[in-house]
Design a binder for this molecule. Structure first.
Ligand SMILES: [Zn+2]
Length: 290
């Protein structure tokens, strides 16, 4: 634990760079090696910065100024993103329209997710045609959501867990049944009794409130800046569609709707469309795992 903390500091110091001609400007990248399902934090601070953005090959990501004056952006690395070098630039402008750009490099590294291999003599009945159509439609509804990037960041400060329960099924967990690898688990399952309150992990807007085949009663919050969190298998909703909710507000009650065998909360997150481990959100601002 101590070693990991020291390593994080060293990596952070290596990433800090001072731009020529602008000695007050500091950039940081954390972590430099980001795991599949992880979050890359890009920060810039210094005197006279009016605007900052990260320029990736396929998109620009604005850095948002926080209350502390630090500009930041968060980049999600998908669960199945192949390990690769991630080259990008950070461009800053001052109030006089002068700009500086600096190239940065991060690395996506593979993470070992747990797997379970077993055989069953009789598989579940495959869904019928009508159900398959419904599943496809519901997946399309979600995919469309991830493509909308509300510019304004609605969340602020540390994220809080949606329920106090421990993890019962890890992010990225994969079952291999009768030799066939199933889709990986794209969220975490948290222990929650039937009817337990489910809290908004940070401020956001309810952009989906629906009853889905797999997710059951499902709710999605848009936190802005390309970040979404989702809450599945609820027994009841406690927030209306389009409502603005604050961190810690009750948005629903845990349950076992959809394709589940018992009550729990499936908590998922998307960042820039990438399927990220929602537990990573809990260590974002404070650096302390809650
Ligand atoms: Zn789950």
């Amino acid at each position: 634990m101590k070693q990991a903390a020291i390593l994080a500091v060293v990596v952070w110091l290596l990433a800090v760079d001072v731009l020529a001609g602008e000695p007050q400007l500091v950039l940081s990248l954390e972590p430099v090696e980001v795991s599949q399902g992880g979050i890359l934090q890009i920060k810039a601070w210094g005197k006279d910065i009016a605007e900052a953005r990260a320029i990736f090959p396929d998109r620009d990501l604005p850095l948002v100024r926080g209350r502390d004056g630090v500009f930041s952006a968060f980049w999600g690395v998908d669960l199945e993103q192949r390990p690769r070098v991630l080259d990008f630039a950070v461009e800053v402008r001052n109030g006089k329209e002068e700009k500086w750009a600096k190239r940065l490099t991060a690395y996506v590294k593979a993470k070992e997710f747990s797997t379970e291999t077993f055989s069953v003599s009789k598989e579940f009945e495959p869904p019928d045609r009508e159900t398959l159509k419904r599943i496809e439609k519901e997946q399309a509804v979600l995919e469309r959501l991830w493509k909308i990037h509300s510019a304004n960041r609605l969340w602020e400060g540390a994220f809080a867990a949606p329920v106090p329960g421990a993890i019962s099924s890890q992010f990225g967990f994969r079952r291999v049944i009768n030799g066939l690898a199933r889709a990986p688990h794209t969220g975490v399952d948290l222990r929650a009794a039937l009817g337990a309150e489910v809290f908004a992990v940070n401020s956001g807007r309810v952009v989906l409130k629906d009853d889905f085949f797999f997710g059951g009663k499902s709710l999605v919050l848009d936190h802005g800046g390309g970040l979404y969190t989702m809450y599945f298998h609820l027994s009841e909703f406690r927030a209306e569609k389009n409502a603005q909710v604050r961190k810690g507000e009750v948005i629903g009650l845990a349950g076992m709707t959809g394709r589940v065998t018992g009550p729990h909360l499936h908590w998922g997150a998307r960042l820039n469309g990438a399927r990220i481990d929602p537990m990573e959100l809990l260590i974002l601002e404070t650096g302390i795992r809650q």
